[in-house]
Design a protein around this ligand. Structure first.
Ligand SMILES: [Zn+2]
Length: 306
């Protein structure tokens, strides 16, 4: 099966170099505020796509279970170290273009700073839609190509790409910025309704970060976030979308018990479910592939070689 290339954080010290020591406290705190404003108070089962080392995971307290999904196994190991081995958290290494979940499983999903790395964003979004139950909530963050800095640079001839056009811009390999209208269109085509849009990181400017206390920047950003419903000109945008309610399809009633983890999964290659639990791996009876389960991490990236 051919899928678009994946930006792989395997072996990366992203959490430490970018977040812990990278002067990103402002961005982290504004994200916490946006999540509080957009997330449902709680729920049964939530999917965190691109969970990385679990920076945002403690913010999902109201959910009975959280599945942390990342392409990088080492990122998930860091998350395990940070969050401990609570039953609340389930760790899955998988490709977002081939999600290993049965349809309609989750009542909420988040995808923060992840679309940024998607060469085929609509394909990834469609996978998320399928994993959500009817009426399920999807919180999506994306990097906005139509930000003030890019607009000024373009108007003054210091940047070649046009921030006003709808196509994504790949400014560094596997790093994409998107036009807000394009993201809205994709979500609508997939049957999501958009309930709220917040803009973030209005003050992601080096000299402001140096001269003003972080708390002041966070405070002003928290007010400016609401302008996202009017216009989106900041580098980061959060959208709360809801999968359209389908008559007769209620995920909660049909989804498996939280204790029956194996029933969550389908084969990412042939979509067959249920998989058979062989302890060290899950086996697909249809295509015969085996998916490793090791040290608390379900690995659906590549099947085990026989
Ligand atoms: Zn299969």
């Amino acid at each position: 099966m051919t899928t678009p290339p994946v930006c792989n954080y395997e072996g990366s010290d992203y959490q430490s170099s970018f977040w812990d020591k990278g002067g990103r406290e402002y961005e982290d705190r504004t994200e916490a505020i946006a999540l509080k404003r957009l997330l449902p108070k709680g729920g049964r089962l939530m999917l965190e796509l691109g969970a990385g080392a679990g920076r945002n995971t403690p913010r999902y307290l109201g959910f009975d279970r959280v599945i942390l999904l990342d392409y990088s196994r080492t990122q998930l190991e860091q998350a395990q170290g940070r969050l401990g081995s609570s039953k609340k958290y389930i760790y899955v290494a998988a490709d977002v273009y081939r999600l290993p979940f049965v349809n309609g499983l989750f009542d909420t999903a988040t995808m923060i700073r992840v679309l940024h790395h998607m060469a085929d964003a609509p394909k990834a979004l469609e996978q998320v839609k399928n994993a959500l139950r009817s009426g399920g909530v999807f919180i999506l963050e994306f990097a906005n190509k139509l930000n003030l800095k890019a607009i000024f640079r373009y108007l003054f001839g210091r940047q070649k790409w046009n921030p006003f056009t709808l196509e994504p811009v790949e400014f560094v390999k596997l790093n994409f910025d998107f036009h807000p209208k394009a993201v809205h269109n994709w979500l609508k085509e997939l049957g999501f309704s958009i309930e709220r849009t917040l803009t973030l990181s209005h003050f992601r400017v080096g000299f402001l970060k140096r001269i003003l206390p972080t708390s002041a920047l966070v405070f002003f950003d928290s007010i400016f976030q609401w302008t996202g419903s009017l216009w989106q000109l900041s580098p980061s945008v959060f959208v709360k979308a809801r999968r359209t309610e389908l008559p007769g399809l209620h995920g909660v009633e049909t989804s498996p018990a939280l204790t029956n983890l194996v029933a969550f999964f389908k084969c990412p290659d042939c979509a067959f479910s249920p998989l058979i639990d062989r302890k060290s791996h899950l086996e697909c009876l249809s295509c015969k592939k085996k998916w490793e389960v090791k040290d608390g991490i379900y690995d659906f990236r590549e099947p085990i070689k026989n």
